[in-house]
Design a binder for this molecule. Structure first.
Ligand code: CP
Ligand code: NVA
Length: 310
């Protein structure tokens, strides 16, 4: 296993199954330590962590801010447009500037390549707090949640219904396959992940994990242990709202769709939810929903990742 300290966390695909399991184990340890020993409390003592956000955020912003504080470090929230970035300073020069001041960088951006540019310009490790293409911290929190509920990821059947090419679906697909779970994506043809993504995700599979694509949500939820959805209109896609809503109507996660799933299937959503759109109130508030556990686990998983990388 390569040392984790100093590495960037832009994509789970850059890490082995062992690395990812180490991070998840650390997160679980930290979650139980919150209430008991507090062995890791000071691991970021004396360190400053930049939290750069180009898009809005509730959970990610709060969980990183609180997480850095709980580990004894100093979080610095930086809105993209409050920096000189908003007046045209380049991303690379911003990364070079960060390099002189901070010990770690957490960034939420539109273009994934901007994360790579910052990572190249700064020695400090960079954590992907969401880009247009990936949301790896979300996927890690989701897998921690499933491990808590089901005891493992290996052999667990995940079904994602909705925008199959969303950042959340892409990261979840990669991580589930890496950890040996099966993934089925139910999406209209235009929102299926591209062939190249499918090939590279399949190449990450461990232990015979399968990836299947279908246009039928009813077929996809049969046999599912987990049924997951994300918004139909992601941040930055607002101009496509009407077309997306029209095409994704049949993929709403409703009580009706859940009748086709096993009765013990868990319901997951990364949040924020557009209630009544991609998921109905009765499902998100129902007894199978674990969305608030997922949200809380962002804190524990990111503390685990930061304690190993920063
Ligand atoms: N799930 C998630 O990343 O939420 P926020 O956009 O509120 O950070
Ligand atoms: N796909 C959504 C996820 C939000 C956490 C978006 O990018 O807006």
């Amino acid at each position: 296993m390569k040392r984790l300290i100093g590495r960037d966390f832009l994509d789970t695909a850059d890490f082995t199954k062992d690395d990812l399991t180490t991070m998840l184990r650390r997160a679980a340890e930290m979650k139980s330590e919150d209430r008991h020993r507090k062995r890791f409390t000071a691991c970021l003592k004396g360190k400053s962590i930049a939290l750069l956000f180009q898009k809005p955020s509730t959970r990610t912003r709060i969980s990183f801010d609180v997480g850095v504080h709980q580990l004894g470090g100093h979080p610095i929230y930086l809105g993209w447009n409050e920096l000189q970035l908003g007046r045209g300073e380049t991303v690379a020069d911003t990364g070079r500037t960060f390099d002189r001041f901070v010990d770690g960088i957490v960034a939420r951006v539109f273009k994934h390549s901007d994360l790579e540019t910052i990572a190249q310009a700064a020695k400090a490790p960079v954590i992907n707090a969401l880009s247009d293409t990936l949301h790896p911290c979300q996927a890690m929190a989701d897998c921690l949640t499933v491990m808590e509920k089901k005891g493992r990821i290996e052999g667990i059947n995940f079904t994602f219904v909705g925008d199959g090419n969303s950042n959340v679906c892409r990261s979840l697909t990669k991580l589930v396959l890496q950890l040996g779970g099966n993934m089925t994506i139910a999406s209209p043809r235009v929102f299926m992940p591209p062939e190249e993504f499918v090939r590279s995700a399949k190449a990450l599979s461990s232990g015979g994990a399968r990836l299947e694509l279908t246009e039928s949500p009813d077929e996809a939820v049969k046999g599912a242990d987990v049924v997951y959805t994300d918004v139909w209109v992601s941040m930055g896609q607002e101009s496509e709202s009407d077309a997306r809503r029209a095409m994704l109507q049949p993929y709403r996660l409703s009580a009706q769709l859940m009748t086709a799933a096993p009765s013990d299937a868990m319901v997951m959503h990364c949040l924020p939810a557009h209630r009544g759109e991609e998921i109905t109130d009765d499902v998100i508030d129902g007894k199978s929903s674990v969305v608030w556990e997922q949200a809380e686990n962002r804190l524990h998983v990111q503390k685990g990742i930061m304690s190993l990388l920063f």
